[in-house]
Design a protein around this ligand. Sequence first.
Ligand SMILES: [Mg+2]
Length: 266
Amino acid sequence: MTDAKDNESGHPGIHGFWDDVRTAPHRCLVLDYDGTLAGFHVDRMRAFPIPGVVDLLERVRDSEGTSLSIMTGRPISELLELLGDLGIPICGSQGTEFRAVDGTIRTHELSDKQEERLRRAEREANDLAREGRVERKLASVALHTRGLDADAARREEAAVCKAWSEDAFEYGLECRSFKGGVELRLAGVDKGTALSWTLEGAPENTLCVYLGDDLTDEDAFRAIDGRGYGIKVGGPEEPTAARGRLADPHAVKEFLETWLRATKAE
Ligand SMILES: [Mg+2]
């Protein structure tokens, strides 16, 4: 018998959640990275997983009946640098690149026009923002404002987003906010479409549980649509489409510990 109870630490506040997890014939656990498994850092290449979480992820990976994967806005190469290669599926760059367990990577193709627009967007952002804050990714350009005071961050984000948005639609692109910046990215391709694609390949009675902290995770929460639970990582002041909530990455760590207890072979 499991000893996971509704009042246990790491509980997302959904009545009967652990019973559903325990009794599901198949489980799919999908985790965001920044703000979910790792705290934030001004130097984004120093945002490492909180202590002990990698060990827990390896144990969930090796456990029966749970398919574990990561879904991040970062390029997959960055994620691997910070988290290590756990041999699990990864979706990176806001749903535009997928890495299978065997290491093969599949990516969305950009049109020549989109590629040209993203190159121009990178120049625009570099002209309007402080140095070293612009990141070109596979299918997007991001402006990072973490570490700036709130007013300066808002000003830079607004100026850059305005320049990008003037003709983004014509290129099938859109400017979206994330925690700590804005990003010009493919319209209609997001963590929600990536999660739907992942679930298409899963057995029909799979229970999907998705954890994430950011605005970009809201697409995934909505995509679950009756096939499981979205769990927002963050305080009650942050509105969400998710059914459950965990306070921070430390609560996520406790959640993973409880997950292992709830799903261990009886
Ligand atoms: Mg995040």
